[in-house]
Design a protein around this ligand. Structure first.
Ligand SMILES: Cc1ncc(COP(=O)(O)O)c(C=O)c1O
Length: 373
């Protein structure tokens, strides 16, 4: 830009790009730009028309979000991935595109994250969506539900929220495919470190990146990983429904993801210790932890987590810090109390997400809280 333009123009137009220089950054550039300049309407037209790769506008894709998408597709072992502004946005976009929008039927796990269940129930009420709920840890029940009517989507959680029920992905993939359905797995609780459902036959893998992948409690984000066709359908959703993941959030997710394996390893070790400890605790009726060989009754009263000093009472999980949640008032608030009770989410159920604090401090915190009950 020459000196001929005035100061009012120079401040607006200067410093658009970084000056050239040697050295490749070790962290990905944060391209915090909504629009991209093509200097020619013809070139921009080609990008809009998908004849040429490039970036045009924030909802269509951003380089930083694309870097995260490539990383996620590599972690999940899928051809592509698309990022959304939250896990809920990812789930809504995929379930709608795969089934509901075209009148397709969904067979869904009954004890999924309460807000997803509430969303599906709202679609049933408001849109006449064909969605049925099944006990997904029993393949015979899933098969029967799939056989009842032509089904577009089988939707499950790899580890259910909050009861930590484990679904058999390979078995469910076979059942879904044998009945002409797609299998989508929400693998948020496992994270790609512990489980990659695509390797077991799942067609689509959904993550609330808000949880373990970012892991620092400072980003809302979600992803849908699957085929190139799924990615195209998801891009159509981000463009028209508008819930694409902005670049700064994507950048933070990439940064958080760097320590995912370290965090999850530590959290699993500590959670195992916590589960074993609580199993012996006289005030604990039942511990639900998939790593334990036996599963005695587990009941905690609402007051218990109020007494914890270390664990934050927070409606999230998978962060650096320990978090405890009372599903009846938060994640499953919209699920009717009778249905919650039927699923096994009772008034004493607490969900504990173990962080990376010193495990001895976590145990002391729990003991201190339980002593006050
Ligand atoms: C298993 C599971 N899936 C999806 C979500 C929704 O993700 P988000 O809160 O990022 O919208 C949650 C949130 O708690 C969850 O636990």
């Amino acid at each position: 830009m020459g000196k001929e333009v005035r100061i009012g123009t120079r401040v607006v137009r200067s410093a658009r790009a970084l000056p050239p220089g040697e050295g490749v950054p070790v962290a990905p550039p944060l391209v915090q730009s909504v629009a991209f300049d093509y200097r020619s309407a013809a070139a921009q037209d080609e990008v809009f028309g998908n004849e040429r790769s490039g970036y045009v506008y924030g909802r269509y894709g951003t380089p930083t979000t694309a870097a995260l998408e490539i990383a996620l597709s590599e972690l999940e072992g899928t051809a592509a991935a698309t990022c959304f502004a939250s896990g809920m946005a990812a789930i809504a976009a995929y379930a709608d595109a795969c089934a509901v929008a075209s009148g397709g039927r969904i067979v869904a796990q009954e004890d999924i994250y309460g807000q997803v269940r509430a969303l599906f129930e709202r679609w049933i009420r408001e849109r006449g969506a064909k969605i049925v709920f099944v006990h997904a840890t029993d393949p015979a029940k899933v098969e029967a539900a799939l056989r009842e009517a032509p089904t577009s989507l089988l939707y499950v959680e790899a580890v259910s929220n909050p009861l930590l029920r484990i679904t058999d992905i390979a078995v469910l993939a076979k059942l879904a495919h044998a009945n002409g359905a797609t299998l989508a797995v929400d693998a948020t609780f496992a994270s790609p470190v512990l489980l990659r459902p695509a390797e077991l036959g799942a067609d689509v893998v959904i993550q609330s990146l808000t949880k373990y992948v970012n892991g620092h409690g400072d980003v809302m984000a979600g992803s849908v990983a699957g085929s190139v066709e799924v990615a195209k359908a998801m891009r159509d959703r981000t463009i028209l429904d508008g819930a694409y993941l902005p670049p700064h959030e994507a950048w933070l997710c990439i940064r958080g993801m760097r320590t995912l394996e370290l965090r999850v390893r530590r959290q699993c070790e500590s959670a195992h210790r916590v589960a074993r400890h609580l199993e012996q605790h006289p005030k604990i009726a039942r511990v639900r932890y998939p790593g334990l060989p036996d599963h005695p009754q587990h009941t905690l009263a609402k007051r218990q987590f109020d007494a914890l000093q270390l664990a934050a009472s927070a409606t999230t999980l998978g962060d650096l810090f320990s978090e405890v949640l009372y599903p009846a008032i938060s994640s499953h608030r919209r699920v009717a109390p009778e249905e919650r009770a039927r699923l096994g989410i009772n008034e004493g159920t607490l969900r504990l997400s173990v962080g990376i604090e010193d495990p001895d401090d976590i145990l002391a915190d729990l003991d201190g809280a339980l002593a006050r009950v």
